[in-house]
Design a protein around this ligand. Structure first.
Ligand SMILES: Nc1ncnc2c1ncn2[C@@H]1O[C@H](COP(=O)(O)OP(=O)(O)OP(=O)(O)O)[C@@H](O)[C@H]1O
Ligand SMILES: [Mg+2]
Length: 359
């Protein structure tokens, strides 16, 4: 094998267009031949804490350029790539930065003559992803508050009703009347206080009435935000939302959250990949946005429960609030969220009124 490699011309330096091409890549990289001698060393490989000037690297054995321990590990990997003819990759942290390292075989005449080492710095991308997850959580918290406030208002109404019943019962047992009235008044006061808190939470979670959304633009923003979300890595996204749809009677922030919530559910239902389709339409004064996936769909037995708060089939991951919060958000603006059975996959229809639309 070494004889064969030594018969191939081995330029000591990659020049001209070849070198310029490697400099153009936004990653740090270098190329070695079978004797682990450096043939190319690009611009970004000169930078950073482990960078070395190109003229010190070209034509030199890699062993002289890396610390001994790093060289040992690297040499072993490079030899594996020469032997197997397969790319190898790994993630590694160095000087506080995260790198995706690829070792790519370069073939000439069917023979692996060189290996290209490719270091992509993922630190900034990871930070962006963390930010996205954090902003997702914050937005979710806002929804949670609105959802909880909404849910709490029902039992409050019930308690108020009980207070009245207590009062009329007491009227039938006059001996207890004074005592009962005292409790009734206490319950009323507490309910009124709780209602004020709920009202405050609902009002602060609900943006100014009259806000409207451009559905196509909102869907674009939501998809942009999800683009790099790891859950959507294997998902193909198709969006058919006409630009000319009239304004929707909902603030775009809420619509964005609904879309993100549905898209996340769809992605979570297709862990090994699939297609997510968003299709916008209009029927009179109603706008629809169908969010369809190619996952397993929802079995008829589960369908009656999916809009119940805290219903989830994955309690380790979900809180079971995505769908109920999205539905209550839409209903509070005159719209709705419904599940449409499909032969394959799931389809959720977001229904929103156009501005000026009634009923
Ligand atoms: N596109 C879908 N395909 C299949 N099942 C779905 C889909 N969307 C929702 N579901 C089912 O409905 C349940 C409730 O959804 P919901 O979004 O309310 O909660 P979650 O996703 O489990 O948790 P959370 O959204 O609070 O993190 C899910 O656990 C899942 O079983
Ligand atoms: Mg969900």
């Amino acid at each position: 094998m070494p004889r064969r490699a030594s018969r191939l011309p081995r330029p000591e330096e990659l020049t001209g267009l070849g070198a310029a091409l490697l400099d153009a890549f936004p990653v740090s990289l270098y190329l070695v031949d079978r004797e682990l001698r450096v043939i190319a060393w690009n611009r970004l490989r000169e930078q950073g804490p482990i960078g070395k000037p190109r003229q010190k690297a070209l034509g030199r054995p890699l062993e002289r350029l890396l610390p001994p321990a790093a060289f040992q590990v690297t040499a072993e990997t490079l030899r594996d790539v020469f032997r197997l003819g397969q790319p190898l990759e790994e993630f590694t942290e160095a000087s506080g930065r995260l790198f995706h390292v690829r070792r790519l075989p370069v073939r000439q005449g069917g023979e692996v003559t060189h290996v290209l080492s490719w270091f992509e710095d993922l630190t900034d991308r990871r930070a962006l992803e963390m930010k996205l997850i954090a902003s997702d959580r914050l937005a979710f918290l806002g929804q949670l508050v609105a959802g909880v406030a909404h849910e709490v208002s029902n039992p409050l109404a019930g308690i108020a009703g009980c207070a009245e019943a207590l009062s009329s019962l007491a009227a039938k047992a006059p001996g207890q009347a004074r005592e009962a009235r005292k409790f009734r008044d206490l319950i009323r006061e507490e309910v009124a206080r709780a209602e004020r808190i709920v009202r405050f939470l609902l009002d602060s979670a609900r943006p100014a009435p009259g806000d409207t959304a451009d559905v196509a633009a909102t869907v674009r923003t939501a998809l942009k935000l999800l683009e790099r979300h790891p859950a959507l890595n294997r998902i193909r996204v198709r969006s058919h939302v006409p630009e000319e749809l009239p304004a929707a009677q909902i603030e775009s922030e809420s619509l964005k959250q609904v879309v993100m919530s549905l898209a996340m559910n769809a992605a979570q239902a297709m862990p090994s990949g699939g297609t997510l389709t968003l299709r916008g339409g209009r029927r009179g004064r109603t706008l629809t946005l169908d969010v369809t996936d190619t996952g397993p769909g929802i079995s008829p037995g589960l369908r009656p429960h999916i809009f119940e708060p805290y219903f989830t089939t994955d309690p380790n991951r979900g809180a079971g609030l995505g769908l109920p919060v999205a539905r209550s958000l839409l209903r509070s603006r005159g719209g709705d969220l419904v599940y449409l059975p499909r032969r394959q996959g799931a389809c959720f229809r977001v229904i929103i009124k156009t501005v000026g639309g009634r009923g």
